[in-house]
Design a protein around this ligand. Structure first.
Ligand code: SF4
Length: 438
């Protein structure tokens, strides 16, 4: 509930006796409502709160989907909206790989998984954990996985005390009688009604941290899988159904990479919080991490890099050959341009304007990429005065700024660059031959 909604139900908003009486410790009912909405005070502080407001407040504060700590600061769940554009998604889909504890290639596979990482638009991605099937020798195996900073979801039949004492092991078993209530457990079914009943049962037994495993997707058509997963998420988010108020896990047993890519893409979009893969393939995950990043980026905060001068190919040591290239601080634009510049030999100062993470044309339309901004950045960076060739290459899409820039930066030659980043190497090679003579 926001402050206005709360205030409407307080004596101040209802204009009745006790309005602004200060008994809550705040000067007015509105001040109390603001603090309550931001969770900086408790509703009990006002002795005049109506039963109706108490009930509304309790309903509004029911957790839609609990956030579960998987280990190593990796969290899952915590979602509050059905669609990213409504607000944002909170935690990206987590990726686990299935390994069996008696696999003779266990160490090699584990090393491959642990060593795999990719960087994209300034973020580094790794596999989140191992879905470990207990086939004996389990304690040593868990120790090896944890030594690689990977998380564990353990599928086992037999619960022993040793499991309970290892931090952040999530346990999937047929019975939870011997599991301590502080452990996260996996409750599973291929039927959402049964999943709901099982979830209710273990919550009544005292378990507070669950993962709901929607299983056997290999035996269903993908449409019904997505329907069921959407219904689970809808129940959690819109109806605040506590049986479904936990992250959902699926396992892809498929071995064909193309089919895995298609199924996993759908599960990332709708609505698997954790996906377990029986196959580890680097090219597959490169694509899935890219999709995941796009879906889980906060739409209110475009990915952006710091606005400053980036030095590429040692321009300070090569002022006689260096050029200046300019673009916005939208992360995708920055990395596309920087990658192309790094691939060639030309020493370059890459000037990144403070454009609120907008792409070139958007920034120009919103007046976040202006001639004055370019002038300011050029004048503030004295190192640029030492350049032999006073050349600034601006994005091809901003050709219309050329004349204005030449007017306010009379000592500089403004060159209109390419529309696309991939054209940069050829463009600079030509420029080197024609103007810089290197
Ligand atoms: Fe208003 Fe209640 Fe605070 Fe009095 S105690 S000022 S009625 S919110």
């Amino acid at each position: 509930m926001n402050a206005i909604e709360i205030f409407k139900h307080l004596p101040g908003g209802l204009k009745i006796e006790n309005a602004n009486c200060k008994e809550c410790g705040f000067p007015t009912c509105m001040a109390f409502a603001i603090k309550l909405a931001s969770k900086n005070t408790q509703i009990e502080k006002c002795p005049f709160v109506s039963k109706e407001l108490k009930q509304l407040f309790e309903e509004a504060n029911i957790i839609q989907q609990h956030e579960i700590n998987l280990g190593n600061d990796i969290k899952s769940g915590g979602e509050t909206v059905m669609f990213r554009h409504e607000k944002t998604f909170v935690n990206p889909t987590r990726f686990y790989i299935t390994l069996s504890s008696n696999d003779i290639h266990f160490d090699t596979k584990l090393n491959d998984i642990a060593d795999y990482e990719i960087e994209r638009v300034g973020e580094t991605f790794k596999i989140d954990g191992i879905y470990l099937i207990d086939k004996g020798n389990i304690n040593e195996t868990i120790h090896k996985i944890k030594a690689k900073s990977l998380n564990v979801i353990l599928k086992t039949k037999k619960i022993t005390e040793e499991f309970e004492n290892v931090d952040n092991i999530i346990i999937e078993a047929d019975e939870f009688l011997d599991v301590k209530k502080k452990n996260t457990i996996v409750v599973s079914s291929d039927n959402i009604e049964i999943l709901s009943q099982k979830s209710d049962t273990v919550q009544k037994e005292g378990f507070k941290s669950l993962i709901l495993k929607y299983e056997n997707i290999e035996n269903k058509d993908i449409k019904s899988v997505i329907n069921d997963l959407t219904n689970i998420r809808f129940e959690a988010i819109e109806n605040k159904n506590q049986a479904f108020a936990y992250p959902v896990m699926t396992r892809i047993k498929e071995q064909d990479i193309n089919k895995i890519a298609a199924i996993a893409s759908l599960l990332i979009c709708r609505y698997s919080n954790v996906i377990v893969f029986d196959v580890f393939d680097k090219s597959l995950f490169s694509g899935l991490f890219t999709l995941r990043q796009n879906i889980f980026t906060n739409p209110q905060k475009p990915l952006q890099v710091e606005s400053k001068i980036y030095e590429i190919n040692n321009p300070k040591e090569n002022l006689d050959k260096a050029i200046v290239v300019m673009t916005t601080n939208f992360a995708l634009t920055y990395f596309a341009v920087a990658n192309e510049l790094e691939a060639i030999d030309t020493p370059t100062f890459l000037l990144i304007t403070p454009s609120d993470g907008m792409s070139v044309l958007t920034a120009w339309s919103a007046e976040k990429f202006t001639a004055d901004m370019v002038k300011k950045m050029v004048n503030e960076n004295e190192i640029l005065n030492g350049l032999k060739h006073k050349i600034i290459i601006i994005p091809g899409l901003l050709a219309s700024m050329k004349e204005e820039l030449e007017e306010i930066l009379p000592n500089w030659k403004i060159i209109v660059g390419t529309n696309e980043a991939f054209e940069i190497p050829q463009f600079i090679e030509k420029l080197n031959k024609q103007i810089i003579n290197v």
